[in-house]
Design a protein around this ligand. Structure first.
Ligand code: MN
Length: 216
């Protein structure tokens, strides 16, 4: 994580951050290493590559790789999408795109929260740039640790709707967590991802996703 476990308090408590990063995320990394270590042909491949090329992962390891590589990539994106010192709202071209595609920042936030509340079980909520519709922004959800890049949607922002992300601080109140979370979103990082997607031909998002997102 690019900051300490207590850095996002009071919005996200230190114990949640510490367990989330040091136990949950760490476990996905350990599971991924265990899943690929029997297959020398996968040596040196990044987690994002493994997610984007399931057909090149031996079938015996495919299910475990999907969950653990997704867990690693999503959490890596998640930590860097938050900051204790970030602009509280999107600005510039990103703000314009949010206005165009959602009708404004407040409308976008409501939409994102609604989608997050609608997830049954565990999953993630995303702001993505869609490969369809001329690169419009969309809010989508994924189950488990699936990543929308696999469907050709470039991820800009994500929130973790697994109970482990909020249960200690917010107990069963996912809606409250989703609202509190806006205070720690790093809109500079979201703008960086927006720009990265802009400068790349859309049909190459998937192929270059790991580079654009800087996830090893
Ligand atoms: Mn998580």
């Amino acid at each position: 994580m690019p900051y300490g476990a207590a850095a996002l308090e009071p919005h996200i408590d230190a114990r949640t951050m510490s367990l989330h990063h040091g136990a949950h995320h760490a476990e996905y990394v350990a599971q991924l290493n265990a899943a690929v270590e029997l297959f020398p042909e996968l040596e040196g491949r990044s987690a994002a590559w493994l997610l984007l090329n399931p057909g090149k992962v031996p079938e015996e390891a495919r299910a475990a790789v999907r969950v653990s590589a997704g867990g690693h990539v999503n959490h890596s994106l998640f930590w860097r999408a938050m900051s204790p010192n970030a602009p509280s709202e999107p600005t510039g071209r990103l703000a314009e795109a949010i206005g165009r595609d959602f009708g404004g920042y407040e409308a976008f936030k409501s939409r994102f929260e609604e989608e997050g509340l609608g997830i049954v079980g565990s999953g993630w909520i995303w702001l993505v740039r869609s490969q369809q519709n001329g690169g419009r922004l969309r809010v989508v959800t994924t189950a488990g640790h699936d990543n929308p890049l696999v469907q050709g949607h470039f991820p800009l922002l994500l929130n973790d709707a697994w109970e482990h992300a909020y249960y200690l601080g917010h107990e069963n109140r996912r809606g409250e967590y989703l609202k509190d979370w806006w205070a720690v979103v790093d809109w500079n990082e979201v703008a960086r991802r927006f720009l990265a997607s802009d400068h790349t031909a859309r049909n190459r998002w998937a192929a270059e996703g790991e580079i654009l997102l800087e996830v090893a």
